[in-house]
Write a new protein. Structure first.
Length: 639
């Protein structure tokens, strides 16, 4: 049982008031006598004081008042649903990418819609429905209502996303549906009874598995290679149990690079080579043959320019200067790298010099010179904000990296998983001194670490873009040739990924569906989605918007004086593998596709207000009878 509005339990203070009344009125009983003369010389008897006389009248009043308080608080009980009673239904839909798979004339989601509408059509008068969806997270498409037109419209408006359905999102969806007497789950991957049981749903859960075709091919990866140096490759995977003939096409900025038929054996993964490419641009690979899921049939990649860009490396350690220069030249052999110490580098141009072209990238290790002009900047082991005589100086990063702060330094840290959930084991996870950074909202964390006995998770690599340019920060120190330690490749990969992010061509961004892309804009941004829909996003105080592509394809972000193309790739081996979902379904009992996973009868909320008010009325009647009896026996003064 529970209470619909726990705040109404404040009325329980009335019970305390009743006890206080009895304490005051019954602690010194009064006796009527004709005269006190007989008691002048008589010693007072020694007797104990009785503070509260808990007679039958007290208990009757306490029972009636308690019943009224519980009635006002909304006490209810979960009782088995009876035939003829109004039922509450929760319709839960999986909107992962696999639900867009085509089976015959429609998609799996179309089949789920048909089954859900049949359930709505069979509803008794007064039955209530809610529509809940899940993919990356759980959402309520329609709250519980008896208006069936609203329910049908919510079902018709459902669309699958180009992301994999998360297990945590399914748990959250079942928790949101917990109050319903019947829960209907529509998915192509039936969850186990343990998952349903762990959600704590009290009602009947009925799983409707949709789809049966496993005919799907996807592009798993696209690597453009190096310009005029190495070949590129596209990895194509056949998820079907049958061989398939497909046609693969690859173009660079609309110019055809490759178009080839390809025969894939059952469950085969093939690597297709092309190039070397002659110029930079946007590389686009497509599977021209229709299959079950369209979202994983195309993929984009950026071909980075080999132009001789100017790069500045600042560090007081000569070994760090050399290590960083080697890493940058490995990323782009045509980088023109200059190295210097922060104390010797001139912060201003010499007198009489002409306009100095800003650097394309400035890398600063254990130092920060805001006067350096650069289109992109990377800070490695940035210096903390100093404090003189206990007074903290103004934040030196506020001008170019607004909102960025350093809260201290950890003596050592350990590389963690992508989202900081699990530490990376082994000695290779160990890092040296690491800054504890506080990131602004416009920066995206790319790598995490843990430190201290409590295993506190902190970001150690992050990147973002503001109107002043692109910025990346690396929290750990790279002295002692850390980046070239074969046991610490994770640190090197994190630095290389951050460098790729901030040196990517301007105006184009390639991301994965479901991730957030932070973009610098000048005013409200108009976003044109792959399906042609247009939405407007307002920038935050740093002039940034956060875009989360949930469809695969091309997004155009336009503001007053800027235009950015966001290309969203989708690929998930588990979600694209429709054959695995079918095999899992075959392992279930034959009736499990549309049978309840819990045999308990559906339960509904039964309000107890009427019963509690009847108890209070009975207590009031009993109190009246007791008072009448006491008045007839002892007189009105004893009432």
């Amino acid at each position: 049982m529970g209470f619909l509005e726990p705040r109404n339990l404040v009325w329980a203070l009335a019970i305390g008031a009743l006890v206080l009344i009895y304490l005051r009125s019954r602690s010194r009983p009064t006796l009527e006598v004709s005269s006190l003369m007989l008691f002048d010389q008589t010693p007072a008897p020694v007797a104990s004081v009785r503070h509260v006389r808990l007679d039958a009248l007290f208990w009757v009043e306490l029972a009636g008042l308690t019943a009224l308080v519980l009635a006002v608080a909304g006490m209810y009980a979960m009782a088995p649903a009876r035939a003829g009673r109004v039922h509450s239904h929760a319709l839960v839909f999986d909107l992962g990418a696999a639900m867009s798979a085509r089976d015959g004339s429609g998609t799996r989601l179309d089949e789920a819609r048909r089954k859900a509408l049949e359930i709505v059509a069979r509803a008794r008068p007064g039955d209530e429905f809610s529509v809940i969806t899940y993919a990356l997270e759980a959402q309520v498409a329609a709250p519980q209502t008896a208006n069936l037109a609203v329910v049908r419209r919510a079902i018709a408006d459902l669309d699958p996303f180009a992301v994999a359905a998360a297990a945590a999102a399914l748990d959250a969806a079942l928790i949101r549906a917990r109050g319903a007497s019947e829960i209907d789950l529509f998915t192509d991957r039936a969850p186990s009874a343990e998952v349903i049981g762990a959600s704590g749903t009290g009602g009947e859960v009925r799983v409707y598995r949709v789809g049966g075709d496993d005919d799907n091919i996807g592009i798993a990866a696209l690597d453009p290679g190096a310009i005029d140096s190495t070949h590129g490759r596209a990895i194509v995977r056949n998820f079907s149990a049958a061989p398939h003939l497909i046609e693969l096409a690859i173009d660079l900025d609309g110019r055809e690079i490759l178009k080839r038929p390809l025969m894939l054996a059952p469950r085969e993964q093939a690597s297709v080579s092309f190039g070397p490419l002659k110029s930079s641009g946007v590389l686009h690979a497509r599977i021209l043959t229709a299959d079950a899921i369209a979202a994983d049939n195309e993929r984009w990649a950026l071909v980075r320019s080999d132009a001789p860009e100017r790069v500045l490396v600042l560090s007081r350690d000569a070994g760090v200067q050399s290590d960083l220069a080697r890493v940058l030249l490995a990323i782009n052999p045509n980088f023109q790298v200059e190295t210097a110490g922060p104390d010797t580098y001139p912060s201003t141009k010499p007198p009489g010099a002409g306009t100095v072209r800003p650097y394309d990238l400035a890398v600063m290790h254990d130092c920060y010179l805001p006067a350096v002009a650069a289109r992109s900047m990377m800070l490695i082991y940035p210096p903390p904000i100093s404090a003189a005589h206990g007074v903290r100086e103004p934040n030196p990063y506020a001008g170019k990296i607004p909102g960025f702060e350093i809260d201290g330094t950890a003596r050592s840290a350990a590389l963690s998983s992508e989202h900081g959930a699990e530490p990376v084991g082994g000695a290779g996870a160990a890092l040296g001194a690491t800054r504890i950074m506080r990131l602004p909202n416009w920066m995206n964390a790319l790598a995490y670490a843990t430190f201290g006995n409590a295993g506190t998770v902190i970001p150690i690599v992050a990147e973002g873009e503001v109107t002043g340019g692109r910025v990346a920060v690396v929290a750990f120190d790279v002295r002692g040739h850390l980046l070239f330690d074969p046991d610490r490749l994770g640190a090197l990969i994190a630095v290389v990924n951050a460098t790729h992010r901030i040196t990517a061509p301007a105006g184009v961004l390639v991301v994965s569906t479901g991730t957030f892309a932070s973009l610098a804009v000048d005013g409200a941004a108009r976003v044109t989605q792959p399906d042609g829909a247009v939405v407007t996003l307002e920038p935050d105080r740093w002039g940034r918007i956060r875009l989360q592509p949930l469809e695969a394809g091309r997004y155009v972000v336009e503001s007053k004086h800027s235009r950015t193309i966001v290309l969203a790739n989708y690929y998930d081996a588990a979600e694209s593998d429709l054959m695995t979902a079918r095999a899992a379904a075959h392992q279930m009992p034959s009736a499990a596709a549309q049978a309840p996973l819990k045999t308990a009868r559906p339960r509904q909320v039964m309000p107890l207000g009427f019963i509690l008010i009847a108890i209070a009325a009975g207590a009031l009647l009993a109190e009246s009878i007791l008072l009448v009896g006491r008045a007839s026996r002892w007189g009105m003064t004893h009432v």
